[in-house]
Ligand binder design. Sequence first.
Ligand SMILES: C[S@@+](CC[C@H](N)C(=O)[O-])C[C@H]1O[C@@H](n2cnc3c(N)ncnc32)[C@H](O)[C@@H]1O
Length: 193
Amino acid sequence: MSEPISQPGVAAIKHGGGQPSAWVQRHAGGLMAGSSVLDLACGRGRHARWLADRGCHVTAADRDPAALAAIDAHPGVTPCALDLESGDAWPWPDASFDAIVVTNYLHRPSFDRLAALLCPGGLLIYETFMLGNAAFGKPSNPNFLLMPGELLERTREAFTVLAFEQGEIARPAPAMVQRICARKGEAPGRLPE
Ligand SMILES: C[S@@+](CC[C@H](N)C(=O)[O-])C[C@H]1O[C@@H](n2cnc3c(N)ncnc32)[C@H](O)[C@@H]1O
């Protein structure tokens, strides 16, 4: 997603600084130490750092070298400088990760690659802005906003949905968001506490 984010508060996490999202904390909190996790378009790595501090082995990918520099020395995080939208193959084999975290980033053509990168039973935790966010600021370009129910639609074939929400939030700033936690495959598995 290349359109800048203008909301106060959300600007604090524009490049991945700030506190980890409550949605990510809730749904990634049950990952076991040693799990391999991809933080896609990680920015300054608020989720990569949080996951690594819990014992996960995190690959943190972003095209912004300055953002990656912020996590370069963090134990448990492997930064990966990469333009995810270049059309080139991504550098990870299929079934590389136990979980993938994507927040505040949307590139629809890449979506199908996410299922392939997950191990069977792997978790997809996705949270980003949706249609209606223009009322609060940027992103306002529909190219960077999910349609209503879009994450459900995009996970329908390869995933079992564990949790889904869409609507207006007040914190860290007013926004319209959509979020999902889905497990690759047909078995629902264990819900977070
Ligand atoms: C709004 S920030 C979100 C950062 C982080 N996921 C978070 O929520 O804290 C969007 C990130 O997407 C990255 N990004 C945008 N387009 C990209 C691309 N084509 N390839 C890789 N990263 C990209 C930006 O560099 C930026 O760090």
